[in-house]
Design a protein around this ligand. Structure first.
Ligand code: FCB
Length: 448
């Protein structure tokens, strides 16, 4: 029997946003077209070993040229909202100074197209693609980056704020700072404690400034920050693993939400970050928000690892129901828990801005009839939506859910192995095919 909202999510509030998410760098391609400048991820893709499969995002899902077709597919899916990011280096090729009109015009077309299709644009200002020219000046480790972000935010707010009302300042603060500046799995690939702490604090300052800018320039703006939050569990009972997990938890889950919403850094971090904090900074970071975005995939298992800058490392997932088609263990109860933690700690409406699954290499391919029968993704989404329902039942104020992702896309670090889309993309030809999960999502939400 087909799933319905009332069978799967009986606790759903009557107004609920159903959407899908993407990010500029992962789908647009056209990295040298129409005056776009290079980002730190273009650089990363050109470094030996930078991306697992040696690929790059020069073409990716070719959304820069196929945006109109993609809006048509969103319409077919029946989503009410689309979360995307603006590429800073498309608007300001050198990160600051001269504006690139062709880049600005691209998002004008996209936003107008979405509104014509009756889809609410949710614009994220920063999904990791820092202009390379700014990284050459120290990027997020340089306090001046706050001012560069402010100028960029003013441009975005002035240009699009007449039509866009939902804004996120950043995507996954903790992920790009931790992996960009401490454990070098992401651009710009620095591995240094002080660089990590500086980046954390400067990104927090930029967030606070961004909130104020959006608030003052955009009438009826609804503003949030998007956090990747996962429970961090020690791999064993040893004191060393427990300490490692506690510090990783502070860096992953605490150092952004706490100062942004409660005005203080977590105790475990307060002392180390103090040298970078100036008087008045915390008041600048803690600005009133309308919502929190939660990106959730699964818990992290931590172990002590003396070879990393902070002494923590990733442990293997302990025996758990690993889904063979996804290659991950599924912990839906951790999702329920995280929604409740967020709700009780920060008292803000929550939008799930990413949740979804990749599928192992070779999965998600069209069969002889051209169908992409991704039943593992339907099972995953069903399980996680049931977990969301549990959180609603226990009082969490969850107002929307965005699947990651609308399209198969370039994946940070790994390239084109995992496919997260509701829509299959043949990367050689650009051809799109609605997967079975997309058909399932459509039928689920059509009567909401
Ligand atoms: C998140 C990122 C997103 C995507 C998913 C799979 O951490 O925000 O861009 O890569 O993971």
């Amino acid at each position: 029997m087909a799933d319905t909202l009332s069978s799967l999510l009986p606790a759903l509030p009557s107004a609920f946003v159903w959407g899908a998410s993407t990010s500029a760098y992962q789908i647009e391609g056209a990295v040298t077209e129409d005056g776009r400048g290079p980002s730190i991820w273009d650089t990363r893709c050109r470094q030996a070993g930078g991306i697992g499969d040696g690929s790059n995002a020069d073409i990716a899902a070719d959304h820069y040229h196929r945006w109109r077709e993609d809006i048509g597919l969103m319409r077919e899916l029946g989503i009410g909202a689309y979360r995307f990011s603006v590429a800073w280096p498309r608007l300001l090729p050198r990160g600051r100074g001269k504006v690139n009109p062709a880049g600005v015009a691209f998002y004008d077309r996209l936003i107008d197209g979405l509104l014509e299709a009756g889809i609410e644009p949710w614009l994220c200002l920063y999904h990791w693609d820092l202009p390379q020219a700014l990284d050459d000046l120290g990027g997020w480790t340089n306090r001046e980056c706050v001012g560069w972000y402010e100028d960029y935010a003013v441009l975005v707010a002035r240009r699009y704020g007449d039509r866009v009302k939902h804004f996120a300042t950043f995507n996954e603060f903790s992920v790009f700072t931790l992996f960009g500046y401490a454990i070098p799995w992401a651009a710009p690939g620095v591995s240094d404690r002080a660089a990590h702490l500086r980046a954390i604090h400067h990104v927090n300052l930029a967030h606070g400034a961004g909130v104020d800018i959006l608030r003052s320039h955009v009438k009826e703006a609804s503003i949030g920050g998007i956090h990747n939050r996962q429970a961090v569990r020690p791999a064993s009972d040893s004191q060393a693993d427990q300490d490692a997990a506690a510090l990783l938890d502070a860096h992953w889950n605490g150092v952004f939400c706490d100062p942004q919403c409660l005005g203080a850094y977590p105790d475990l971090v307060a002392e180390t970050i103090e040298p970078f904090v100036k008087p008045g900074d915390l008041a600048r970071i803690c600005r009133p928000l309308d919502w929190l975005g939660l990106n959730h995939y699964g818990p992290i298992f931590a172990r002590a690892d003396a070879t990393t800058p902070w002494g923590y490392g990733w442990a293997d997932t302990p025996p758990a129901p690993i889904d063979p088609a996804i290659g991950w263990a599924i912990f839906p109860e951790a999702f329920t828990e995280e929604l409740l933690t967020l709700h009780h700690r920060y008292h803000l409406p929550i939008y799930v801005t990413e949740n979804g699954c990749g599928g192992g290499a070779g999965s998600d391919q069209p069969d002889a009839d051209g169908q992409v029968a991704d039943s593992h993704r339907i099972a995953y989404l069903r399980t996680y939506l049931a977990a969301l329902n549990n959180a609603l039942t226990q009082g969490a104020d969850v107002r929307g859910y965005f699947v990651w992702s609308l399209l198969d896309a370039f994946e940070w670090g790994s390239g084109y192995g995992p496919r997260f889309g509701l829509i299959h993309v043949d990367f050689a030809s650009g051809t799109r095919t609605l997967k079975h999960s997309g058909q399932w999502y459509r039928s689920l939400i059509q009567n909401s």
